[in-house]
Design a protein around this ligand. Structure first.
Ligand code: EPZ
Length: 420
């Protein structure tokens, strides 16, 4: 089990290349099941979650190559329609195979996702939507057993905006007989990317980018290639790290429009930001104003940036409140930040942070992907040495994070560790 050893106090300066969006890739890959042939996804990041999705699809018969940052997926010989527990328990996004398997093959056996580091993270909206499209669904021994001769169109209204349920429903509706309307669809950039990819494959979708989607089912889709969007959460994480440590950093290969809620808050905190067509440059002296944040669905402040923002506020010049409205208990990073000297109280789904003069390095433990990012940011500004254990969590969603940070001037090493 690897750990990171970080010596705090260095400013960050330079340019970091942002990888392709992890969460978009995790939806685009299952969508290839609908194509019946070979699709190429460029700008696909090399991450543990992508390897997990690849393993899941390969055991169904998908041929997968990952030369450089292009994923080549061959769906011409899919023979198994099952997502086993030992893979789904590693990554909840495995549940995205349910919709395309049902639509293309009429059958799917997908393990119920297990627990997460926070939650609950139900899948009731996915199940209800697929049933409205005509799927017969039973739950047996922790598995969702789904069958459908041919799905039929329906009007689906989500009472909660759900990225995953919107994705699964989209991938099912494109091959259903007749029209489907999705009301209160998620509008995160990854959903827009997925919808555009499905259209490239021959799907008929109107309203892309809005929360009202109309899908006209077709009999078959064909292979297509796709150029993935950049990872807005990776970019936001490096911008927040630079804000905390001080210095001038440019994140390159991004879509600034995807990050407006985050960059606005960084400006409120006293950072100076400049914008290029595919880049954002931040300058910070590390002395920050306290800024309240409440997470929301896109285009609001992303819940996947909540932990990183909390780390940033630990040494701000005053008190701030960070509220998560998407996941009400996504605060496993707080006890670890407190070990570094942060002054944080949790009250329901809000964390009240009182800025302290300085954090002090300590041994801390990652509990999940974004909590790991939060602890790394805190380690970059803590006095002395911080050891972050269980960094396999961060390898799920950040490509070569210690190399990218070292290139910016951080003192961070990855070492093998018996500790866990
Ligand atoms: C996606 O998860 C992301 N994962 C998450 O990123 C992200 O935090 C989340 O969207 C919210 O933006 C991927 O894209 C792989 P949801 P997802 O369905 O699709 C409730 C990361 O760090 N809900 O939009 O699972 C749910 O409880 C990960 O990269 C239901 O009630 O999220 C939550 O409160 C973590 N019933 C809200 O909707 C359902 O059937 C949003 O969840 C489904 C969801």
């Amino acid at each position: 089990m690897d750990k990171f050893i970080i010596r705090g106090g260095n400013r960050l300066n330079g340019t970091v290349e942002i990888s392709g969006a992890k969460n978009a890739t995790l939806a685009l890959m299952p969508a290839v099941l609908l194509s019946g042939g070979v699709c190429r996804l460029s700008n696909a990041p090399r991450l543990r979650d992508i390897s997990t999705m690849s393993a899941l699809l390969e055991q169904m018969g998908m041929g997968i190559k990952h030369p450089g940052t292009t994923l080549e997926l061959d769906a011409s010989a899919i023979t198994h329609f099952e997502a086993p527990y030992d893979l789904v328990k590693k990554m909840r996004a495995s549940f995205y195979v349910l919709g395309p398997l049902l639509a293309k093959f009429g059958s799917a056996k997908v393990s119920y996702p297990g627990g997460c580091a926070w939650g609950p993270r139900p899948v009731d909206l996915h199940i209800k939507a697929l049933q409205k499209l005509g799927a017969e669904i039973e739950i047996e021994q922790g598995y969702v057993l789904a069958k459908a001769k041919r799905l039929h169109g329906a009007t689906i209204t989500f009472d909660v905006s759900s990225v995953g349920a919107t994705g699964n429903t989209l991938m099912a509706a494109v091959l259903a007989q007749g029209s489907t309307v999705i009301n209160n669809a998620a509008v995160e950039p990854k959903i827009t990317q997925l919808a555009n990819f499905l259209v490239e494959m021959g799907a008929r979708i109107v309203g892309i980018g809005t929360n009202h989607l109309l899908i006209e089912g077709v009999d078959a889709l064909h292979p297509a290639d796709d150029d993935n969007i950049p990872d807005r959460i990776e970019a936001g994480t490096y911008l927040t790290a630079a804000a905390a440590a001080g210095g001038t950093v440019t994140v390159n290969g991004v879509n600034p429009a995807h990050l407006e809620a985050v960059t606005a808050k960084l400006e409120d905190a006293g950072c100076t930001l400049g914008y290029g067509e595919r880049s954002i440059t931040i300058s910070s002296d590390g002395a920050l104003r306290p800024v309240n944040v409440t997470t929301a669905i896109y285009p609001g402040f992303p819940t996947d940036m909540q932990a990183q923002w909390l780390a940033l506020m630990t040494t701000a010049a005053g008190s701030s409140r960070v509220t998560d409205t998407i996941y009400l208990d996504r605060f496993n990073h707080v006890p670890e930040l407190q070990r570094l000297g942060a002054s944080i109280d949790i009250n329901g789904n809000s964390a009240m942070v009182r800025g302290v003069a300085q954090l002090t390095g300590a041994k801390v433990m990652s509990t999940d992907l974004r909590a790991s990012a939060s602890l790394i940011i805190a380690g970059l500004i803590a006095k002395g040495q911080t050891e972050v254990l269980r960094v396999y969590h961060i390898d799920r969603g950040y490509e070569a994070v210690e190399l990218k940070l070292r290139n910016l001037g951080a003192d961070i090493q990855r070492v093998d560790s018996e500790e866990y």
